[in-house]
Design a protein around this ligand. Structure first.
Ligand code: DGL
Length: 266
């Protein structure tokens, strides 16, 4: 069974891809909504919370485990690999490497949580892959809350457009979605880009990079051929440390699936 972990429902953007690529493999999704948002916490806190949740998934036989949260991956991925050397962990990180390849303007916009943008892992990522491009960033804590709250269309539009426009105004032509909650906002991001391009008809094409397909592919590689034997009954289990009714409503809304979550204390 594949374990998938996020602070909230953001990791469902990765689960959705996993279910598409590996429809025959069961998944156990754990959301630590009792402690959301991770993005506004200290790295030590995120590390401790992630370790607890990963232990819970390990105890239920999950392997591999996808840390479907940029913030938790940045803070805790190395520690998890040390603590559980027999488990295969797949993390997610802001996709600056493909962005550096794709940008024509030489400016990359990164949308991520404050904790991710301040992490050592992110700094190392930039050092390694972004040699000539310029990085402009936006931490958007209210985006995470809005996705978790199923905010109205008009609220989402008012939240998303100013952040996107500020990155585009600074010359970014590649936008990296560095938080797994943000792919759910893709329609509003696309609308904000379209409005900006109307006012800037000579501007280059804008690329938006969602890491979910690459993370799902990486999980498939981790699993390898042998493990991917079709299961006779495929289970999609959802567990939250918060309110399961709320999780079910929000997850069903964004995924378009019928989700029935359980509560657990990790
Ligand atoms: N979904 C998480 C990420 O990818 C962050 C959400 C939060 O702040 O808890 O970074």
């Amino acid at each position: 069974m594949i374990g998938v972990f996020d602070s909230g429902i953001g990791g469902l953007s990765i689960l959705r891809e996993l279910a598409r690529l590996l429809p025959q493999i069961s998944t156990l999704y754990l959301a630590d909504q009792a402690h959301l948002p991770y993005g506004e916490r200290l790295a030590e806190e995120v590390q401790a919370l992630t370790l607890r949740c990963a232990s819970w998934l390990v105890a239920r036989g999950c392997d591999p485990i996808v840390i479907a949260c940029n913030t938790a991956s940045a803070a805790a991925l190395d520690l998890l690999r040390q603590r559980f050397p027999h488990i295969r962990f797949v993390g997610v990180e802001p996709a600056v490497k493909p962005a550096a390849r794709q940008t024509r303007s030489g400016v990359i916009g990164v949308l991520a949580t404050r904790a991710t943008l301040q992490s050592r892992r992110y700094a190392d990522l930039l050092d390694r892959w972004v040699t000539s491009a310029r990085i402009v960033e936006h931490a958007c804590p209210s985006w995470v809350e809005a996705v978790e709250a199923m905010a109205d269309q008009s609220v989402l539009e008012a939240l998303v457009a100013p952040c996107v426009h500020s990155l585009l105004d600074q010359g970014a032509d590649a936008l990296v979605l560095g938080c797994t909650h943000f792919p759910f906002l893709s329609p509003w991001i696309a609308r904000a880009i379209a409005a900006w391009r109307e006012a800037h008809p000579d501007a280059p094409e804008i690329t938006v990079i969602d890491p979910a397909p690459a993370v799902a592919q990486q999980t498939v590689r981790q699993i390898g051929e042998g493990f991917a034997q079709p299961e006779s009954v495929v289970v999609r289990r959802f567990v939250t440390t918060g309110d399961p009714m709320h999780f079910s409503a929000v997850a069903s809304y964004w995924l378009g699936w019928n989700v029935d979550a359980e509560h657990a204390q990790c």
